[in-house]
Design a protein around this ligand. Structure first.
Ligand code: CA
Length: 612
């Protein structure tokens, strides 16, 4: 063995990040005072697994030392007592009485108030940002010397140079728009040769991609958002990693990833997780097949990998302070592992919220993944929020299909009527589009009236609305042309050193859309009845859909008239809600409507009335 007689002294810097890449320890540092007193350290260095290990620090006990299959890894379980003081834990790896590696592992004091991280909820509207495409605040990091892919803004699938600094520069814009939370696609390092600007091919779980900024920049963004009343949701991925991750170059254990004699793709049928008639073959293929050639599928049934992933998520929440997590491809990881992960997160942060990406076709399949779902049998995911794809399909169909018994606006009616499958459908994250779907404005044929009606539904029906960046000025893009076309650069921003000049880059109708959304969003921000109210809907008739959000004292009436002509709406049908109220005030124009026998609704209009 090469290392015999070799003396290597590797010290960690004050920040805990290894100066010498020849030794790596994850997590890079930890905290005293966590609910779970045990932290599992994974060391990666040549031949470290052949060494003897010594740990010396008051209040820290070496519970377990595990030599895993590959001798370049060593795993230690340390118990950190509540009385241990923050400081540097001496960890020495010896071979034949000579020091191979010596590490000063940093234990920090737990971040003040971190246990009370408040989470996001029904009062919020989320704004989804693809960091590479939103705002370029630092032209010097567009290309970074030791990263494989250089910037190429002309390539729809290339890196365009957007970064965290750029987002910080326009958080005022985001806050003014009236959204209350931002979700960024993953910010962790994606050091792949091509097509990783989206962030879902993570090559280092503990490092922000240097083309987006640094870990400190991400933390600064969270702090800045908090000062402006915005929450931050961190995107995480446990199902797969990028093929250039150091694990893949030097596998810790054979079963770290799902391996096949030849490349084997997932069948992308997440329904096999709960289909009572699913074959084992299909379910295995869904769970263990790879998403794509550069994305090895991780085996969370390996206990060390499982712990690594769980700790990485806790590390980010404690270190950077986001208010929630969006977990990618939720059903594609082992579901017992995901429930365990949820328990661990909620143990450290009881008020936290997590939304799992549950991209399924049907209501009951989606509901299955939510905490205490009535349709999940003996399985409990412990997951508070799911992404409501059935609602997204219905929202599009409602405004593109002709009216019929089960079509058009009735699609919304039928989707909502199946909410009995959910434990709490008001915690579903609802959306008109996202970074994987055609831009909503494109999918409705760039019809501005339909756009306004759909946005009115999105922001007043049950659920936590999510708006994809650029929706506010009618950004277009067809998914079938390639994902680059649905993730185009946000105009203005700071792409050409023109911070905040986006209004100059768009036309009249876009500015009108922005104003409309801004009114709706800022109204929703303060509308208790939308945050806490119940929902009552009436069967759509003659192209008109009416529903109410209501509490004991207040009510909001939403009327969608899809017809191309003005309609007179007879109010008798709504007496059970209207009886207490004399008039309604249009939240966008402040016009008053007297609720006596009927009201006139303009063509292709959403009328949102606050009832008095
Ligand atoms: Ca940049």
């Amino acid at each position: 063995m090469k290392i015999a007689g070799l003396l290597l002294l590797v010290l960690l810097s004050m920040t805990g990040v290894a100066q010498d890449r020849s030794l790596r320890v994850d997590p890079p540092f930890w905290w005293v005072g966590m609910e779970n007193p045990v932290v599992q350290l994974m060391f990666h260095a040549e031949g470290i697994g052949t060494a003897e290990v010594l740990v010396n620090y008051p209040g820290v006990k070496l519970l377990r030392k595990i030599r895993i299959e590959n001798p370049n890894y060593y795993v230690l379980d340390l118990e950190v007592s509540k009385d241990a003081r923050p400081g540097k834990v001496q960890i020495v790896f010896e071979y034949q009485r000579e020091i191979l590696y010596a590490v000063e592992y940093e234990l920090r004091a737990r971040v003040s108030g971190s246990r009370e991280r408040k989470g996001f909820g029904k009062e919020d509207v989320i704004y989804l940002i693809m960091p590479d495409r939103f705002s370029n605040g630092d032209l010097s990091n567009d290309t970074v010397a030791d990263m494989f892919e250089a910037a190429n803004p002309a390539n729809p699938n290339g890196r365009h140079g957007g970064d965290i600094k750029g987002i910080i520069e326009i958080t005022d814009y985001i806050s003014d728009l009236g959204v209350t939370a931002i979700w960024l696609n993953p910010v962790q390092e994606n050091n792949m040769q091509a097509y990783s600007y989206h962030g879902y091919a993570i090559t280092d779980f503990y490092r922000v991609d240097p083309r987006l900024g640094s870990n400190e920049d991400y933390r600064a963004l969270v702090d800045d958002c908090h000062e402006k009343g915005l929450k931050v949701i961190m995107d995480m991925v446990f199902n797969h990693c990028g093929g250039n991750h150091f694990w893949i170059k030097d596998l810790p254990m054979e079963n770290w990833v799902h391996q096949f004699p030849e490349f084997t793709k997932s069948n992308f049928r997440a329904e096999t997780a709960m289909d009572p008639y699913a074959s084992d073959f299909d379910r295995e293929r869904m769970l263990t097949g790879w998403f794509d050639t550069p994305m090895p599928d991780l085996n969370q049934h390996n206990e060390f990998l499982a712990e690594y992933l769980i700790q990485s998520s806790i590390w980010w929440v404690e270190y950077a302070g986001p208010d929630g997590i969006r977990m990618d491809t939720y059903p594609y990881s082992y579901k017992d592992f995901m429930a365990k992960w949820m328990d661990r997160i909620l143990k450290e942060y009881p008020r936290f919220n997590i939304v799992g990406e549950t991209w399924l076709q049907k209501e009951s399949h989606t509901a299955y993944w939510q905490n205490q779902s009535p349709v999940s049998g003996t399985y409990d995911s412990h997951l508070p929020s799911v992404t409501d794809f059935p609602m997204q399909y219905a929202l599009k169909d409602a405004f593109t299909d002709k009216e019929g018994w089960i079509t058009g606006l009735n699609r919304l009616y039928y989707v909502l009527s199946q909410d009995l499958a959910y434990a709490d459908p008001f915690m579903n994250v609802i959306f008109a589009d996202n970074h994987d779907l055609s831009r909503f404005y494109t999918s409705i044929g760039e019809d501005y009236h339909k756009f306004k009606m759909a946005m009115a539904v999105l922001l007043t029906t049950r659920g936590i609305p999510m708006i994809y960046y650029g929706t506010e000025y009618l950004m277009t893009g067809e998914e079938s042309k390639g994902h680059g076309f649905i993730r185009e650069n946000f105009p203005g921003g700071s792409w050409e050193s023109a911070v905040g000049s986006w209004q100059l880059a768009v036309g009249e109708e876009q500015l009108e859309a922005y104003d409309y959304l801004k009114i709706l969003l800022n109204w929703r921000k303060n509308s208790e009845v939308i945050h806490q109210g119940k929902l009552k809907q009436f069967v759509p008739q003659d192209g008109i859909y009416v529903y109410f959000r209501y509490t004991d004292n207040d009510a909001v009436m939403v009327i969608i008239n899809k017809n191309k002509e003005e309609k007179t709406l007879d109010l008798k049908r709504f007496n059970e809600v209207l009886k207490e109220f004399k008039k309604g005030i249009d939240i966008t124009t402040k016009e008053q409507f007297f609720l006596e026998s009927n009201i006139n609704i303009k063509p292709e209009t959403a009328l949102i009335l606050e009832l008095k």
